[in-house]
Design a protein around this ligand. Structure first.
Ligand code: UDP
Ligand code: MG
Length: 305
């Protein structure tokens, strides 16, 4: 098998026709030896049925049915681990990522100069709240993770077998694929593209899901949150050292006044530092717990190969 294309889908019945048609056309331009691996992430609409219909006319379409909705990072992982291609591409299924750009990525990989090609958005920022949230996440993630070039990239990418095997060695439960893709190293190149709006239907990433994904990404790639606690704690110590000396002097010199404001302030200050600490510790402990449970990332109900 030359090429695999992995696409996760969750309730996308409206756009499957166009998705299949455009993806097949794009891959046919490269080779006839390909597979498109759709991962049905527990859809409740006609997604699965439509996929199976298309599969009956185009046998290079494969459909992996997960037992329920596991989220799109897990769905990607499921698809990637079953992909047989020598080169494997991954993209969202709402046609925000244009499959027409895959041949270009493939060309770069085949030249032998690269192992991984990712797609980098060139869109100007538009200030809808959704995009603002994404922007905020991408900026802070790039800063905090120490990974390079995470600014305008997502899942849309293609890699060779060597890089994919590396990526699949990561068994962590809380995962952010674009972060891992960057983390593995190898020789990475990129193409520039204009990310379209979703073709039809609504975003399947609710605000809460997106927030969860962002914090997973940040906590699993950065030690900054716990560092901030330490810095805050140290600042507290310094402040109270100075305040302590002042109190002593005041006591000795005899001008100590009974001040409730300073007492109150220190209670607030200490209290909030401690609560923040606890919160951040909690985030880490929660993630340690998740990792230790070693639950499977996804369960396959059926693989229509
Ligand atoms: N998706 C999925 N499982 C989910 C949520 C989303 O497989 O729980 C798929 C979805 O069908 C789409 C891709 O992941 O193909 C990206 O989702 P979406 O476009 O809703 O995210 P956004 O682009 O809004 O961040
Ligand atoms: Mg989308």
């Amino acid at each position: 098998m030359k090429i695999s294309l992995v696409i996760p889908l969750y309730n996308e019945q409206e756009l499957i026709g166009e998705l299949v048609q455009r993806s097949v056309a794009a891959l046919k331009g490269i080779t006839d030896d390909f597979e498109i691996l759709f991962v049905d992430d527990g859809s409740r609409d006609l997604t699965l049925r439509r996929l199976l219909e298309y599969r009956s006319v185009e046998p290079r379409i494969k459909v992996l049915e997960l037992s329920k909705n596991f989220g799109h990072q897990a769905a990607f992982t499921a698809g990637l681990s079953l992909a047989k291609g020598e080169f494997v591409a991954m993209m969202d299924g709402d046609l925000q990522d244009p499959p027409e750009r895959i041949p270009e990525m493939f060309g770069m990989l085949q030249s032998g100069d690269y192992d991984v090609i990712y797609a980098k958005r060139t869109n100007r920022v538009d200030f809808s709240s959704r995009n603002l949230q994404a922007l905020l996440f991408h900026k802070s993630f790039t800063r905090m993770s120490g990974l390079s070039d995470m600014d305008k990239t997502g899942n849309f990418s293609m890699m060779n077998r060597a890089a994919l095997s590396a990526l699949l060695q990561f068994s962590e439960t809380t995962r952010y694929m674009p972060g891992l893709r960057s983390y593995i190293g190898y020789r990475q190149g990129f193409i520039l593209y204009n990310r379209d709006d979703r073709l039809r239907g609504k975003s399947k990433m609710k605000w809460s899901k997106l927030l969860g994904l962002s914090s997973d990404a940040i906590f699993s790639f950065s030690k900054l949150p716990i560092r901030i606690c330490l810095y805050l704690g140290l600042t507290g110590i310094i402040v109270f050292f100075i305040a302590g000396i002042y109190t002593l002097i005041a006591k000795i010199a005899g001008f100590a006044i009974i001040g409730w404001s300073s007492t109150l302030l220190s209670i607030y200050f200490l209290g909030s530092i401690q609560l923040t600490f606890l919160g951040v510790l909690g985030e880490y402990i929660y993630r340690i717990y998740k990792e230790i449970q070693r639950r499977p990332l996804y369960l396959v109900r059926k693989f229509n190969e």
